[in-house]
Write a protein that binds this ligand. Sequence first.
Ligand SMILES: [Zn+2]
Length: 580
Amino acid sequence: MTFFPAPYWQGLRVLCALAPRGRPPPPLFSRFYSSKEVRGAFPTATSSPDNGKTVSPLPSGANSGKTGERKGGGKHHPSVSHPLFSAGAAKSRSRKLGQDQGPASVFLEDSVLLPAKPLNSEEWEKMKDTWKTQKNFENWMMKKMIKNNSPLDVAKSLLAWVAKRNSSELGYSLLIHYLTLCVHQKQTAEVIDLYEILRARYRCLESGAYTLLIRGLSHSDHWRESLLLLEKVKKIIIPSKTNYGDCIEGALLHQEMDLAWDLYQEMLGYSLTPSWSTLRLFFETGKGSNDGQLKDKLLDILVYLRDHQMYPEESFVQSVKTWFESIPGERWKGQFTTVQKSGRCSACGKNLESLHLSPEEYDFLKEKIMKDVIEGSDQFRKTSPEELEKYKDFVKRHPPFDIVIDGLNVANMKSKVRQSLTLLNVVTQLAQKNLKLLVLGRKHMLYGTASWRKQEMEAVQKNAACFFTENTSEDDPFLLYATLHSGNHCKFVTQDLLRDHKACLPDALTRRLFFKWQQGHQLAFSSYSAGNRIVFQPVLSYDTLVQTTGDSWHIPYDENLVERYSYEVPTKWLCLCREH
Ligand SMILES: [Zn+2]
């Protein structure tokens, strides 16, 4: 196998040296910049070292809007973000743990054989011939390399071949793909070279490229550049939590505590939820410190978790424990433990906060939910005012219910069992306990189909009061209305987390009360098989959230590799007590 002579291709560093800014680039290099693709999307800067400050407005279409951009940013970092309460969050976390090891073989799932060593031009030509059905061979190949985490020199040999070919150009997207690979492999020198190249030629990039550069630079001596890039992102969109996380990490790694806290405050100001790794780093950096202000800030993070009902992951609580135990002169002792049914901490014996809502709290919450979720939200726009009035009358005409059932949600619990049969089983078993039931359903359930048998639906209606909404209506507000209207004793059955409604609530206190109420009133099945007895998850008596008495902290957390469903709360706790 022949390799390129070393001086020809030693990497982008060499190329950079060949092309100082302000001078016309050599022929090889010109291909970096003449790509139509790049011209189409970004205004090319006239080469002057000082023009970096002026930012040309992006042409319409280059910025796909806040949500789209965030998704774009996330695409390059599949490991970073999932909403904290999302179903399957734990599952995705555990999947991630096995993901980074990479296969030993260079065969991919779709049986593309990636080279394990750098190829020369002839070999790349041959490879391209083999895959001639691929329209953009080099981009396709580079994406495979990213997926497979191929060695950098192999990727470079691809770039060299593309750059050498007369017919092709080293396009913007190929460069960005290569940057992705460099960032994944933490090849800082290469990232810096790419940054120089991009900076020399483009006044601004799209947010995905900024996200990569910020990540790539934040660990390096050039970490301050990542702050400048963050400013550039701000001119296009709201930076992502990943962008902030990377900049904060850069600041913390370089002992710039005040800067890190400012960035943290700024991201909270944008309502971004910091990632666990960002929060963990604050605690790790604060270890052993005597600084009272720093201590207050770290405790504020814990209060933030409480206010937002966030459950930390295991590595985070480990850092919290280490930090508490390192505070000079305070004698904190941390233990990982569980809480007894009664609400007593198994480690220190203290009672945790009760889940019971006082009558005042209940009334406050009921009023807020009625106003903000039921009357005020978009949810009910999917229903007609007539239907809403009809429903309210219906609820008022009935005596208070004991259990309100989300019929569609419950019926779909077992995919292999007929929906009407599942619903009937659940309703019959609850009716045998003399509970007053309300089943909320949709009109299509009454049409008599293979999934919804007429006889079984008639039996449901004999055992429970039923209200069938239009097929397009949203179920949840109906569910909340009937449950709250029936009183503090009434519970509701759904496997759904009602996250959307929580998001409608105006302030931290209301969100907190809603979640407390939800935990105490929502019934979810822990096991169900057709014909068998239903088992509900036990309704807890104590509140699962970060809490303190001053001399103690109790922090619930998710264990690694334990999959928690969205309607569940963690069972493991970090108990921290001050010894006297
Ligand atoms: Zn305890």
